[in-house]
Design a protein around this ligand. Structure first.
Ligand SMILES: *Cc1c(COP(=O)(O)O)cnc(C)c1O
Length: 329
């Protein structure tokens, strides 16, 4: 960061609010219309549909190897539940208008790994496994994918390694899925990762590498370890298009759920979605999917912890990953 920029930021009201951990709402002054915005992403609706189809191909395999997916026939999805009591309470205490209906999309309860990473993370491991198996001639495009649950596939994947840097949830998703397929897998965990997640991964034979520092360092170390090994694939939370597309499938799925609940989304019934945000891939991918489905009628709002507002800082300053929350103290 240049010193002139640093001094400009020092006198900026919003940056000062961030520095003091204040809760704020920021709406970008200039947003592009939906068509323009979507065209600038570099991925298309067909890419989301391709991801959805890949998940469908793997569904019989997933149902076979994870008992908790038997009932859904291998579909990894969460419930959407009405929360009238929370709505009533919040509207009364925060003095909000009582119009509309509040719902909770329970990605916190997604099968296999219990977080939104069960979308992107698991999807990326499956996509990588499919690609390797096709290239090796082990898999033909119209095969029944339950053959992934077999000794020859596990022996093949055991020659390959998967690595990831994580604060916990991504590592859990990637580790569980990779180990199930037979990959060797290393999860580089930052200091804030929960102990039970490390324990669970180790119990599955995952190599958990612990760091005393934050997420950025764990990712960097993971990336470096992978660079030295041509048979090692590094899953990059900050740059992966595959992860992003796995998340984007949620947009198509949500449309179906809203239909099932007979909830209309149109000009007279806009949909507001509040998305918990870390590095931005999860909420970014889900928003990308939702925008393809609902266009101008969906409004996606990213919610970040007051103590790590990296997305807001990056978008607000236009510096994106060239600025860190540490740069503003
Ligand atoms: C990963 C994660 C997010 C946000 O995803 P990012 O891609 O990091 O923005 C939100 N909530 C939970 C619980 C997560 O694990």
């Amino acid at each position: 960061m240049t010193s002139s920029l640093a001094s400009a930021l020092q006198h900026d009201q919003l940056i000062n609010a961030l520095k003091h951990y204040q809760e704020i709402f920021w709406y970008p002054p200039e947003t592009k219309d939906c068509e323009h915005g979507l065209n600038g992403v570099g991925l298309r609706r067909a890419d989301i549909e391709d991801a959805e189809q890949r998940l469908t191909r793997f569904a019989p395999y997933l149902a076979k190897v994870f008992t908790e997916l038997e009932a859904s026939h291998g579909r990894i999805e969460s419930e959407m539940v009405s929360i009238p009591n929370m709505q009533k309470h919040a509207c009364a205490t925060l003095n909000l208008p009582t119009t509309g209906q509040w719902w909770l999309k329970k990605d916190s309860h997604l099968p296999i790994s219990g977080s939104i990473k069960a979308r992107g993370g698991i999807y990326e491991v499956l996509a990588h496994a499919e690609k390797l198996a096709l290239e090796a001639g082990l898999l033909q495009p119209d095969d029944d994918y339950t053959i992934f649950d077999s000794a020859p596939f596990r022996q093949f994947f055991a020659q390959h390694q998967i690595a990831v840097g994580s604060t916990g949830n991504l590592g859990l998703s990637i580790g569980i899925m990779s180990a199930k397929l037979g990959f060797r897998v290393s999860v580089h965990m930052s200091a804030d990762a929960r102990q039970w997640k490390k324990d669970k991964l180790r119990s599955l034979g995952v190599n958990v590498v612990e760091y005393a520092s934050d997420y950025g360092v764990a990712v960097k170390q993971g990336r470096k370890a992978a660079e030295n090994d041509p048979l090692c694939f590094f899953i990059d939370d900050e740059n992966s298009k595959t992860l992003f597309l796995g998340y984007a499938v949620a947009g198509l799925r949500l449309k179906q759920q809203l239909n099932d609940h007979q909830i209309k989304v149109d000009a007279a019934h806009p949909l507001f979605v509040y998305l918990p945000c870390g590095v931005g891939g999860g909420p970014g991918g889900v928003s990308f999917g939702l925008k393809h489905v609902f266009g101008e009628h969906v409004h996606c709002i990213f919610a970040e912890p007051t103590h790590s507002p990296c997305m807001l800082l990056g978008v607000y300053t236009g510096l994106h990953d060239q600025i860190s929350v540490q740069d503003i103290g």
